[in-house]
Design a protein around this ligand. Sequence first.
Ligand code: SF4
Length: 58
Amino acid sequence: MSDKKTREPNPGVGCDVTGCKYNTIDCRCSAQHITVQNEKAATKGETYCSTFCPRGTC
Ligand code: SF4
């Protein structure tokens, strides 16, 4: 059985990071807010969600 959260997802944020505790079963984010970091980012891959929290660790 999935341990994905059943909280209402943030309708504006889709996310495929299934290892994050805020990721919902339909690949949305259920965090109250997110912070994206890396002021030196020049590509999509260099942007990091600092709200990411691995399941079972926080
Ligand atoms: S907190 Fe970040 S990594 Fe986690 S589901 Fe939301 S957008 Fe994705």
